[in-house]
Design a protein around this ligand. Structure first.
Ligand SMILES: C[S@@+](CC[C@H](N)C(=O)[O-])C[C@H]1O[C@@H](n2cnc3c(N)ncnc32)[C@H](O)[C@@H]1O
Length: 320
């Protein structure tokens, strides 16, 4: 670029307009090419992959099945990577027959077979497998966010290090009103960690620093985010036991993606990432095992598509 500028300066000094035009052409072309490449985040990945739901207008695709299988198909179709940003909320392996407290009632912590621990080694093997599949579909400068509690987040961080991801931040999501600890033998769990990482050490990741600062009243945004759990309206189409607040996903996508970017959630659940992506005009690919959650996600995403952003569900109150 410096060389090109120097050449342009030289040419303009000689007032040779023809030569200047010739030099400018390739610059213009390369800009157009870059834009076209960025804009061609096609969601067409061959006939092997049939979405359970698709919406051409807002560029949403949902695949039913195991995320590793689906990600491998995408990687086959796009070996150089095609995803700009991933948010993953994998099983926490917490469904161990214990109890918790919800709305003042004692409830089982069992969420489904997908959340059952298979022991530390097999859990880690699973984390490595899906993280490897995610790394393959990320663009060279793409980033991934993974949420988890202490039960899973250390395995996730270690697997990321083993795979050569570049860890950028660990965000502490603080829940201001956590359920009480019924056993009274531990501190009340009130945080989750969200690790943010780039594809590898060479990645030049995107970070909308000024937008984050603006959202934080002109001060640098810290890595501790107090955010309320999902509002009741966010659950109007069905409940998911580990649904994330829309506010969390909005902040994640606003900080690390652009309008038109392709966002992926390999453990889509009730579709929170999809709703945030549609609201913020990003393209979205979701993968989910359970058809009940796919139905909930489709309803939520369709509602987000119908309403202009200013009429959409109020975001959870920002607490800072
Ligand atoms: C922690 S929840 C995600 C909740 C989601 N973030 C939301 O806001 O609703 C994990 C989801 O991943 C799904 N799941 C578990 N294992 C999976 C796999 N191997 N492939 C695809 N989905 C999976 C589960 O059915 C569950 O809905």
């Amino acid at each position: 670029m410096t060389n090109t500028l120097q050449t342009m300066r030289k040419i303009s000094k000689t007032k040779n307009k023809g030569a200047l035009k010739k030099t400018l052409k390739p610059i213009y072309r390369s800009k157009v090419k870059k834009f076209t490449l960025r804009d061609s985040n096609s969601l067409e990945w061959g006939t092997a992959l049939k979405p359970a739901f698709q919406d051409e207008q807002s560029n949403v695709r949902i695949y039913s099945g195991d995320c590793v299988d689906v990600l491998q198909q995408i990687a086959k179709a796009e070996p150089n990577g095609c995803i700009d940003t991933i948010f993953a909320d994998p099983p926490y392996f917490l469904s161990n027959g214990g109890i918790s407290c919800q709305a003042g009632k004692m409830v089982s912590v069992n969420k489904g077979t997908w959340d059952k621990s298979r022991g530390a080694d097999l859990n880690h093997e699973f984390n490595r497998k899906w993280l490897e599949a995610c790394q393959k579909v990320l663009k060279p400068n793409g980033t991934i966010w993974v949420s988890g509690t202490a039960h899973v987040i250390h395995s996730i961080g270690f697997a990321m290090q083993q795979l050569g991801y570049k860890i950028l931040n660990d965000i502490t999501w603080v829940k201001p009103n956590p359920p009480p600890n019924l056993s009274c033998r531990y501190f009340t769990h009130s945080t989750e960690t969200v690790i943010w990482a780039a594809k590898n050490i060479n990645s030049r990741h995107l970070f909308h620093y000024h937008e984050m600062r603006r959202m934080n009243n002109g001060k640098q945004m810290k890595s501790v985010w107090p955010i309320l759990p999902p509002a009741t309206q966010e659950k109007e189409f069905g409940k998911h036991p580990t649904q994330k607040p829309l506010e969390l996903l909005n902040r994640i996508l606003l900080s690390s993606s652009n309008t038109g970017d392709l966002v992926l959630d390999p453990f889509m659940g009730s579709g929170t990432t999809g709703v945030a992506a549609v609201q913020l005009k990003r393209k979205f690919v979701g993968i989910e095992l359970d058809s009940i959650y796919i139905n909930t996600a489709v309803k939520r995403i369709q509602q987000a598509e119908r309403m202009p952003r200013h009429e959409q569900l109020p975001l959870a109150q920002r607490l800072f």
